[in-house]
Design a protein around this ligand. Structure first.
Ligand code: BGP
Length: 473
């Protein structure tokens, strides 16, 4: 089966990694705004209580690539590549600066109106993430983040404002970015600090329950607003392989896969899977569920499944072997001897994309959308204003081949948005130098640079991929 004629090719960014202007237009502080860049960041993403300081010097994300002011120029470049869709997020604290405000911030709402209008001018469909690691900082400081039930109400108020305002401008929505990340980097994913928790798992899964309920409420509001709206969940995906055929390793991999699918099982099927109740027992978790929550989950499942894919993972049941676990996009994995890795140690597994797509589709039988995939690399701008990023083209080509193979296997796929289609600040390291884009932005880790945009070699390559609907790879 070939790709559909209306396949949605495009690129993806997130507000907190691209907009900059972190205090302009009445925006409040986001939890990301206080996070350091570089090696100190990983601890802070997990447990800010132990590590957070008030001044880390220069924060690349505060200015980022200034999409806030440059969006017209950037969208023009996306249109030149032939984008059909553009994934972006709305900054929650741009709309509700403190998260618990009674009224939204009109300047923030107006900004996104302008961005959507600009996209539509070129016939580009927006795909909007409501919460992309961007909970208002005040909701952490005042309420302790998503473990607090009140966050469901604040998110509901926020979602209602978005659907009221943009329900006729935006068709595709995602409720939370990489919802399963909250188990691995809980501060980033759920604005919770588990360093002082009596039972960190209790706080993580309680936060998960609140995000799942909030997601259902948003889905309900969306469907009441405009029946054309399509709501998706968003999973940080990547099949977990077993280290050896020993049955105990196979079982360890099955459990690790369930840890990610847990969220999507609820959002897609509408109920907690039976294994979840056993897991809660084992972890000593008593989930607080309000009357009506389970009905909300049941009645408001998602229309499609979106996910990011950067790598597969490898686990063992043997604690000795697991001493060699290493980080990669916040997940730990054993080194797979059959795979190479990026400069940041993320293992590269194009066939893993085909495997993951088939697994996810087999499990849910709903349309899929790849909303993140790409290579973070150190790019060099030459004197003639070029970036010869053949390594990025190779990476993407290999992944797109497997994506198309998966469609040929019978997987229903709506679209593909490559991550960081324009260079932006890394979520994991907070740095500028980890670049993903087809468009180079002249700005470095220390804030030097002109902010000028340059087309990389991959820019023309991706344009031709889109023009040929994936035939010219
Ligand atoms: C995902 C996030 C993105 C993005 C990407 C790449 O986990 O959803 O926001 O940044 O990973 O990660 P990084 O920026 O750390 O290279």
């Amino acid at each position: 089966m070939p790709l559909r004629g209306d396949f949605l090719w495009g690129g993806a960014i997130a507000a907190n990694q691209a907009e900059g202007a972190y205090q302009s237009g009445g925006k409040g502080m986001s939890l990301v705004d206080i996070l350091p860049s570089g090696i100190e960041r990983r601890n802070a993403l997990e447990n800010p209580g132990r590590t957070i300081k008030t001044d880390y010097g220069y924060y690349p994300s505060h200015e980022s690539i200034n999409f806030y002011e440059n969006y017209k120029e950037d969208i023009k470049l996306f249109a030149e590549m032939g984008f059909k869709i553009f994934r972006m997020s709305i900054s929650w604290p741009r709309i509700f600066p403190n998260g618990d405000d009674e009224k939204p911030n009109e300047a923030g709402l107006g900004f996104y109106d302008d961005v959507f209008d600009e996209l539509h001018k070129y016939g580009i469909e927006p795909l909007v993430t409501i919460n992309h690691f961007d909970t208002p900082l005040a909701l952490f400081e005042k309420y302790g983040g998503w473990k607090n039930r009140k966050l469901v109400d604040f998110y509901e108020r926020y979602a209602r404002v978005l659907f009221d305002r943009y329900g006729n401008k935006v068709k595709y929505w995602l409720t939370h970015n990489e919802i399963n990340m909250l188990l691995h980097i809980p501060f980033f994913g759920a604005a919770i600090d588990v360093s002082e928790s009596e039972n960190p798992d209790q706080d993580k899964y309680q936060s998960a329950h609140h995000q799942l309920v909030a997601s259902s409420i948003a889905t309900k509001i969306a469907n009441e607003t405009n029946t054309d709206i399509q709501i998706g969940c968003m999973l940080a995906a990547g099949e977990v392989y077993y280290n050896t055929p020993a049955p105990k390793d196979v079982y360890a991999a099955l459990k690790a896969n369930r840890e990610q699918y847990f969220f999507i099982d609820v959002q897609s099927r509408g109920y907690y899977p039976s294994y979840a109740w056993k897991l809660f027992d084992d972890l000593g978790i008593e989930l607080k569920i309000k009357d009506g929550d389970l009905e909300l989950l049941k009645e408001n499942t998602v229309d499609f499944i979106s996910f990011s894919y950067y790598s597969s993972r490898l686990v063992s049941a043997d604690p000795e072997v697991n001493r060699q676990l290493q980080g990669g996009n916040a997940f730990d994995s054993l080194r797979n001897p059959y795979l190479e890795a990026s400069d940041w140690g993320w293992q590269i597994d194009p066939l893993g994309l085909r495997i993951t797509m088939n697994q996810v589709y087999d499990r849910y039988q709903k349309p899929l959308f790849i909303v993140e995939n790409g290579l973070g690399a150190k790019d060099e701008l030459t004197e003639d204003g070029k970036v010869y990023d053949d390594y990025r083209i190779d990476y993407m080509k290999e992944h797109l081949v497997e994506m198309i193979n998966a469609v040929d296997d019978g997987v229903e796929l709506w679209g593909y948005t490559s991550w960081g289609c324009i260079d932006l600040v890394s979520a994991g390291t907070g740095e500028m130098k980890k670049r993903y884009g087809f468009i180079y932005v002249d700005r470095d880790n220390e804030g030097n640079g002109t902010d000028r945009r340059y087309k990389k070699k991959s820019f023309d390559w991706y344009r031709s991929v889109i023009n040929s609907n994936g035939k010219n790879l």
